[in-house]
Each structure stands twice: as structure tokens, then as C-alpha cells.
Design a protein around this ligand. Structure first.
Ligand code: TXA
Ligand code: MG
Length: 339
């Protein structure tokens, strides 16, 4: 049985206690964060963490993020906390930033996908923080079946997990819409492993230049340090095609592709920042923040409307645009059309 806990009006400590008890009993609880919904379990309980992998159908070597509510908990999880980590945590936590550090023995290898490092973040969401405070550090991947777009509404979690987990806390739509930025501080040079809700430019303003892992932009890369990047991701059932290039030319190309695919008999959906004629259309909003917030919802929604092909407008790779393009290209299986 899955209980759906309504907390759209904010934190309710009595309901938090119910959810926290489930976590401490080794059950799975989905909860909202500022980025996407997470599928949480007690990060230090091997059996509980295994259930996350089972429920998601997630490969065992793809490590989880451990969520904390207090900076001091970082010292319980990480063997060393370098200066850069302190600076970033001070400046951006709670927030959409995940830091990878050498792990302590207390963190089970199941949680870290067998790695000697642990990824930690403090989410900027009152419900998430209250749940962690009332229980324990919580390991949580995005609350979607492995390979599906990440959930930004409790309804998405219901679609993927109802009947299979202990509880789903409904906190309404998530604010950021793409997952946290993951930065590795466990080796000599700070390295961006996944662009996300915190723009790289803001991180570099605090700790200086950050290396970008090759897998962030392309598909053929050495994936040893970023295990999550080698799997198919964010894929709806429809085939996604991303159109990239100068804005005017992208518009023209989208119109052309719509005509081409429709003439072949496909049902075509378009997701873009301005209106297009197609079988189905999803308006992503105007700013890159809007696009980030609506991206996963749009993929799920166009799928629901039964299109065969989704043509997506690319955005500039600046600020949140780096995360948006990373997710879009993956959703498209790197089917990119240059305008
Ligand atoms: O915003 C988010 O980060 C959301 C919310 C729920 O916090 N969580 C999330 O988790 O997106 P997940 O499991 O979907 O993505 C975690 C990413 C994966 O790419 C994984 O490979 C990477 O973080 N990761 C986790 N631990 C790592 C480690 N020790 N070393 C390298 N990468 C790690
Ligand atoms: Mg995920």
C-alpha cells in the first residue's frame, strides 16, 4: 500500500512524523525537493537502499545522492571535507548542488554504487529538510523508473510507483525542474560530473575554474567517474529530436521537420519557447528558467498525448541552459539536428 500524503500547504509536522517512521523502518518514501522529487530511503541501511534500486530498476553501479539537513552531518559521511567543499556548501546549501567526497566506512557501498566516494547535498525544500531532520540522512535518486523523465509533480511519482512504495509526499510542483549540479571534489581538480540547477558559472565564481567531464556534452566519453551518465536517460516513449543552432534558423528547421514527419504519417509534437503548428504543442515558457522547470513535464505530457515524434527547441548553453541541453540531448538519444 502507498499512502499519498498531501503537504501542498507546507510542512505538517504530524504527517512528517508518519513519513519519517517509514524511512526509519527501512521503507521507501518519495518527497519533493526544489529540483525534482526524490525516492528516499535510510542512506545507512543497506536493505532499505537496495529497495530503491529494485523499485527503480536501477543498475547497482549507479550511485545515489545522500541528502542531509545539517552541515555537521557531512562530517559523518565524508572522510575529508576540503576547503572548496566548505566554501561551496556555505554559499549554496541548502540548494541544487551535490558534492562528491571520499566516503566514510559508515556509508554502505550499496549507497555509493561500490565507489569509495559519496555524493551529498542539502536540498532547499522545507518538506525535504523536515523529513531528514525527523529521520536520518536520506539516500534519494530522482523518483522515476530508471530511464524515464525525472518527476516534477507528485502525479509523476504516482504514475511510476503507486502501490510499490511506502508513501508519496505531495508538495506540489518543484521549483527548479532539473536535478542538482554534481561536482566531484574527491580528486585533485574540481570536476563537473552533471550540470544541473546551480549554474557552473556561479560555482566557478566561488572556487575558480572547474573541469568539465567529457560526458557532460557528448556521448562517447570515459564514463568511469560519472556512472550515471552512461545509461539511457529521460526518455519518453516518443522519439525526441533536438534542434540546435541560431534561433531564427532553429525556428525554420522546426517548421521543416514538422512538415517532413507529418508527411510520413507520424503524429508530431513540438516543445518550444514560442508557438508552433503541429499535432501537439507544449509551451516551455520564455526564459531558460521556465524551460528547465517545464522540460520533464513536457516530455511526459507529450508522451501522454500519444505523439510519435517530439521536436524540441534547443537553448543556449549558458547558465541553466547547460543542464537543459544535457537532458534534452540524452532524451533524444543524441539525435541532434543542426539548423
Ligand atoms: O536534484 C537531484 O540531484 C535529485 C534530488 C532528488 O535530490 N536527485 C537525483 O539523483 O537526481 P539521481 O540518482 O537521479 O542522480 C544522481 C547522480 C547520478 O548521475 C550519479 O551517477 C551521480 O549523481 N553520483 C552519485 N554519487 C556519485 C559518486 N559517488 N560519484 C560520482 N557520481 C555520483
Ligand atoms: Mg535520475
Amino acid at each position: 500500500m502507498t499512502i499519498v500524503i498531501n503537504m501542498r500547504d507546507g510542512v505538517d509536522e504530524r504527517k512528517i512524523k508518519v513519513a519519517a517512521r517509514l524511512i526509519l523502518e527501512g521503507k521507501l518514501v518519495a518527497f519533493p525537493t526544489e529540483t525534482v522529487y526524490g525516492l528516499g530511503a535510510d542512506a545507512l541501511n543497506e536493505e532499505a537502499v537496495k529497495r530503491i534500486f529494485e523499485a527503480k530498476g536501477r543498475p547497482a553501479d549507479n550511485p545515489l545522492i545522500v541528502h542531509i539537513a545539517d552541515f555537521n552531518d557531512l562530517k559523518k559521511l565524508a572522510r575529508e571535507v576540503p576547503k572548496e567543499a566548505k566554501l561551496l556548501a556555505e554559499r549554496f546549501w541548502p540548494g541544487p548542488l551535490t558534492i562528491v567526497l571520499p566516503k566514510k566506512d559508515e556509508v554502505p557501498l550499496v549507497t555509493t554504487g561500490g565507489l569509495d566516494t559519496v555524493a551529498v547535498r542539502m536540498p532547499a525544500h522545507e518538506i525535504a529538510l523536515a523529513l531528514i531532520r525527523a529521520s536520518t540522512p536520506v539516500a534519494a535518486p530522482s523518483a522515476n523508473i530508471s530511464g524515464k523523465p525525472s518527476p516534477t509533480l507528485a502525479e509523476h511519482v504516482v504514475d511510476d510507483f503507486y502501490g510499490r512504495i511506502g508513501a508519496i509526499i505531495d508538495g506540489g510542483p518543484t521549483k527548479v525542474g532539473v536535478e542538482s549540479t554534481v561536482i566531484d571534489l574527491s580528486s585533485e581538480r574540481p570536476t563537473l560530473l552533471r550540470p544541473g540547477g546551480l549554474p557552473l558559472e556561479e560555482i566557478e565564481a566561488v572556487i575558480g575554474p572547474v573541469e568539465i567531464h567529457p560526458a557532460v556534452k557528448g556521448k562517447n566519453a570515459d564514463l568511469a567517474r560519472a556512472p550515471g551518465m552512461k545509461y539511457k536517460h529521460y526518455s519518453p516513449n516518443a522519439q525526441v529530436i533536438v534542434v540546435e543552432g541560431p534561433k531564427e534558423m532553429v525556428r525554420e528547421k522546426i517548421r521543416e521537420l514538422v512538415r517532413e514527419y507529418r508527411s510520413k504519417g507520424y503524429r508530431v509534437g513540438v516543445m518550444a519557447t514560442e508557438e508552433f503548428e503541429a499535432d501537439e504543442f507544449y509551451h516551455l515558457g520564455r526564459t531558460v528558467e521556465d524551460v528547465a522547470k517545464n522540460l520533464f513535464k513536457a516530455l511526459r505530457e507529450l508522451d501522454r498525448r500519444g505523439v510519435d515524434v517530439i521536436i524540441a527547441e534547443g537553448v543556449e548553453e549558458r547558465g541553466l541552459g547547460l543542464a537543459v541541453m544535457n537532458r534534452l540531448r540524452k532524451a533524444a538519444g543524441y539525435r541532434i539536428v543542426r539548423a
